[in-house]
Design a binder for this molecule. Sequence first.
Ligand SMILES: NC(=O)c1ccc[n+]([C@@H]2O[C@H](COP(=O)([O-])OP(=O)(O)OC[C@H]3O[C@@H](n4cnc5c(N)ncnc54)[C@H](OP(=O)(O)O)[C@@H]3O)[C@@H](O)[C@H]2O)c1
Length: 278
Amino acid sequence: MRVLITGGHGQLGRALVRTAPSDSEVVALGASDCDVTDPVAVRAVLARLEPDVVFHCAAWTDVDGCEHHPERAWRVNALGTQHVAAACFEAGARLVYISTNYVFDGEQDEPYHEFARPHPLSVYGASKLAGEEAVRALCPQHAIVRTAMLYDATGRNFLTTVLRLAAEQPRLRMVADQYGNPTFVDDLARALWQLVERSAAGTFHVVNAGNASWYDWAQAIVETLQLPVAVEPIPASEYRRAARPPRNGTLVSLALPTLGIELPDWRDALARCLARRD
Ligand SMILES: NC(=O)c1ccc[n+]([C@@H]2O[C@H](COP(=O)([O-])OP(=O)(O)OC[C@H]3O[C@@H](n4cnc5c(N)ncnc54)[C@H](OP(=O)(O)O)[C@@H]3O)[C@@H](O)[C@H]2O)c1
């Protein structure tokens, strides 16, 4: 199986590379090798590599940056995905598009399953949803995978931010009234390979089980590593930011159990990720 990863140098792209099945031939390209905003370049890459599967991970993931520069968000996340979807159709490749829990407004109290109605509150969420629509319209052989709160032991993410802040400050103030599923990229990557093995088509919510607020998550990191800092809960109204994340961004899957795919609880995943740091 020949596999192309867009956004291959990002945190999920790197996890897909390190969890790849041994019988797969994987090419992971960064923005300088395959700029998804350039339709000619995207088509040329697919024609050259002839992949069976494309994991489209490339995105502008700076949620607050997308609010300040919406045109760039639409160009990369929506138009870029349109180019990738059209090129996959032309090349006969199956497309796995990575989307987000930010497509939901978070106003309901229950977790969101795959058939809940999207209603994004942010430019990032709206541009990723437009990407989903392009995939559905242009490439029939697709899986759309919505995930949330990705982290790894290295790189820029909430876990590494908490560790940096904990080294600088005696007290961390964390939002306690916004929820989601902290998801270890390695667990997501393994589930993505399982979806491909099963030729799964449609929309899937793929996250670690259970949910947490930013406060719960920071508290779990601090407790697991026994860091000498206090974590203080604050309301989202006290943490000003450009984008409005969903209050309840918790995802759940109706589809994965039917495929025999199950992800571990987020606390178990966090412990494994932190153990890898040492
Ligand atoms: N991070 C999260 O919490 C989260 C949550 C839900 C869903 N997702 C989705 O999951 C996917 C992977 O996220 P991630 O955390 O791995 O993000 P990431 O670390 O920011 O990686 C995204 C990659 O996209 C690349 N990229 C940006 N603009 C590009 C362009 N014009 N052409 C080609 N590549 C471009 C960047 O490449 P360079 O490094 O080469 O610039 C970057 O490495 C994204 O689609 C994201 O929307 C993420």
